[in-house]
Design a binder for this molecule. Structure first.
Ligand code: PMP
Ligand code: GLU
Length: 407
């Protein structure tokens, strides 16, 4: 064996340039940090995780147990079991869509559905319009699929929403796709039907595809006239609709999401998945089928509890000096601006960024939040209220106290 050559090769062993260009998930990193602190015996209240704290409803768990007992433990068709794809199509059609089971691709979480959709639509160098603040994974997912992000800055004054004039300014010959996420992670904002319609018209006029991430669509707390984009017939051919069970049914660990799209995009996405993960977990698919067979009213108690927490935390934050917040309407996040604390200090620790403030809150208040840098918004922090009211009360008290020490 040529050992000299082997040594040489070892020195040059490096991950690909491609992977070095990708950053790991910053939201998952916060969850990991909390787990590590807890392992060391440090008590931390986590307002970091974007994950419902409720248990998966019992009928769903029961269906999974039944699936195992009945031997549904083998590969399923790549795109998912027919009954689930049919139930998903029916769910979307009840909201105004027009999908057949063949238009549905079931995947290991909405995260994979987004990646499938991007790989199915983008060529190297294609531009993707991404409103800021964005969910932390979009820019990395776009890069992975060879696309270039064009960021559309939104403002608190405009409720963190984009409007057609902005699209007009950003569009180029290379624009291929717009990513929309309503209700939004991290801002909790919900686009109205009229706002969505105006954006759709723009995309129709300019032949731009839309990836609509609707994973929080069943978690809207105010009476807002809004809709799934699937209800706009004209846009359906160019729509990549993503949804999943993680948030609506407290099923994060089951890893079940889906893409609804029309040919030729849906087949392209299926081809891609057939070479990556094949089908989503068979047992989770039977669980998801049971989720869709449950009356939607069974989810009302979860939603009411989220609303109660949203109202409580909003009120607390709005009364904290130096914090400014646009009241969220959906999802389970608050996204206050903390810029007024920049330049202040306590015990020699100077706060210069949202990252610094998040570290300060972890050290001094023992609460974990996600710094806005993870969402392209360096003046904000993201607070998840997917934890008990009791925890939220404690967390808001500690946060208020720790902030009051910053001079
Ligand atoms: N989109 C958004 C906006 C999210 O917040 C999440 C949460 N993880 C996902 C997609 C992915 O969800 P999952 O992969 O758990 O279905
Ligand atoms: N979507 C959640 C969040 O934003 C879960 C973590 C993740 O998948 O990034 O925190």
């Amino acid at each position: 064996m040529d050992t000299q050559n082997l040594t040489f090769q070892r020195k040059t062993w490096q991950p690909s340039h491609y992977s070095q260009n990708i950053e790991g998930s910053k939201t998952l990193a916060v969850t990991a940090r909390v787990a590590e602190l807890r392992r060391q015996g440090v008590e931390v209240i986590s307002l970091g995780a974007g994950e419902p704290d409720f248990n998966t409803p019992a009928p769903i768990c029961e269906a999974a147990v039944q699936a195992i007992r009945s031997g549904h433990t083998k590969y399923t068709p790549n795109a998912g079991i027919f009954d689930l794809r049919q139930a998903i199509a029916e769910f979307l059609n009840r909201m105004g869509g027009d999908y057949a089971p063949e238009d549905i691709l079931v995947s290991n979480g909405a995260k994979q559905s987004i990646v499938n959709a991007l790989f199915a639509t983008l060529d190297v160098g294609d531009e993707v319009l991404v409103p800021v603040p964005y969910w932390t994974s979009y820019p990395e997912q776009v890069k992975m699929a060879g696309g270039n992000c064009v960021f559309l800055q939104t403002t608190a004054e405009h409720n963190y929403k984009i409007y057609p004039e902005q699209l007009e300014e950003a569009v180029t010959a290379k624009t291929r796709l717009l990513i929309l996420n309503s209700p939004s992670n991290p801002t909790g904002m919900v686009y109205t039907r009229d706002e969505l319609e105006a954006i759709c018209h723009f995309c129709l006029d300019h032949d731009i595809l839309i990836l609509s991430d609707e994973i929080y669509i069943q978690l809207i707390y105010d009476a807002i006239d809004t809709t799934t984009l699937a209800a706009f017939e004209e846009i359906r051919e160019q729509l990549m609709l993503v949804n999943g069970f993680s948030k609506s049914h407290a099923m994060t660990g089951w890893r079940l999401g889906y893409l609804a799209a029309k040919p030729p995009f849906i087949q392209a996405a299926m081809k891609i998945q057939s070479h990556t993960t094949s089908n989503a977990c068979s047992i989770s698919q039977y669980a998801a089928l049971a989720a869709l067979q449950m009356p939607e009213t069974d989810l009302d108690s979860m939603k009411q509890e989220f609303r109660r927490r949203r109202d409580y935390t909003t009120e607390r934050l709005m009364n904290m000096p130096g914090i400014s917040l646009v009241k969220p309407q959906g999802a389970f996040y608050l996204f206050p601006s903390v810029a007024q604390y920049f330049g202040r200090q306590a015990n020699g620790t100077v706060i210069r960024s949202a990252m610094d403030l998040s570290q300060y809150l972890l050290d001094e208040a023992r609460i974990a939040v996600v710094p806005g840098e993870a969402f392209g918004a360096p003046e904000n922090i993201r607070i998840s209220y997917a934890t008990s009211l009791e925890n939220l009360q404690k967390a808001m008290d500690s946060m208020e106290e720790a902030l009051s020490r910053l001079q």
